[in-house]
Write a protein that binds this ligand. Sequence first.
Ligand SMILES: [Fe+2]
Length: 128
Amino acid sequence: MPKINKYVDIDTVEREAKKDLIDRHSPFITVESEAKKGEMLKVNVKMGNEFTHPDDFDHYIESITLFNGETKLAMASFIPGTLGNEKSHAEVTFNIRPMGKKLNLVAHGYCTKHGIWESTAVEVAVAE
Ligand SMILES: [Fe+2]
């Protein structure tokens, strides 16, 4: 079982190398703050905000998984070379249909060398 690393704001980190390591492995969720019950909602997840991650055969982002609380909603998997073997941001947009009163979205990114990295949770209000 790989270790799960939780996102910390890199502005609070002093060492430049550590900022790079944390940022390039962290999933960032972009989604509207309000959704309508039963209507499709786009949830974008991008790995890294300021720093890019390698796409090498022995070191790449293998998957991005989206959860609502403890429930797994969707997962995208990648192979090395998806991003042209260039340092880049692995990214995916999931289309989900919210049915409850709110969503508590959390994403995990899995790096083949550095384990699982968890995003900050993002809450979405769901109106009737
Ligand atoms: Fe990595």
